[in-house]
Write a protein that binds this ligand. Structure first.
Ligand code: FMN
Length: 153
């Protein structure tokens, strides 16, 4: 059975909700084991047990959080060749650079064995503390569903 880990950081809970909704979408597809984990609880040594790694971050100053950047750098020290990844973020304004783009670039540079399986998902919040625009949540479910379907085929 394919195993997926969804790792996220979230200051106010919005990126957490995105992560949970992605997992909901993934669990609609049978035959995939999905684990949801807050970044600070992740055991780095267990990461190689997964086939797919999803990473989510709030946009902080036009990029991912420091914690997510450090996590990506640590992934570079593991053997993850042939495994897949996708990223997601939450953001407030469209004038900033997207955190997903920065995450993808950093992963490609620091973890070359890991291959991107889908374009990053960016979800808009209404204020620094949220909430997520209602029209955005179905996109999270769809993202999870699409990824899970892709893993199976
Ligand atoms: C320190 C800080 C910096 C931020 N910088 C940006 C930014 O550059 N661009 C943006 O669109 N949103 C920015 N935001 C808004 C966050 O994206 C928003 O708070 C986040 O999506 C909420 O997610 P969370 O509930 O998971 O923490 C910033 C928020 C904080 C707290």
């Amino acid at each position: 059975m394919a195993k997926v880990i969804v790792v996220y950081e979230s200051k106010y809970g919005n990126t957490k909700l995105v992560a949970e909704t992605i997992v909901e979408g993934m669990r609609e597809v049978e035959g995939i084991e999905t684990v949801l984990s807050e970044l600070k609880e992740v055991d780095l040594n267990k990461i190689p047990d997964y086939d797919v790694i999803l990473i989510g971050s709030p946009n902080h100053f036009g990029g991912p959080t420091r914690g997510v950047k450090k996590f990506i750098d640590k992934l570079g020290k593991l053997t993850l060749k042939g495994k897949l990844f996708a990223v997601f973020d939450t953001y407030l304004g469209k004038d900033f650079e997207k955190a997903v783009n920065k995450m993808e670039k950093r992963i490609n540079e620091k973890v070359p064995g890991l291959k991107q399986m889908a374009p990053g998902l960016s979800i808009k919040v209404q204020g620094i503390k949220g909430p997520i625009l209602e029209a955005e949540l179905p996109k999270c479910k769809e993202f999870g569903n699409k990824i899970a379907t892709q893993i199976k085929t």
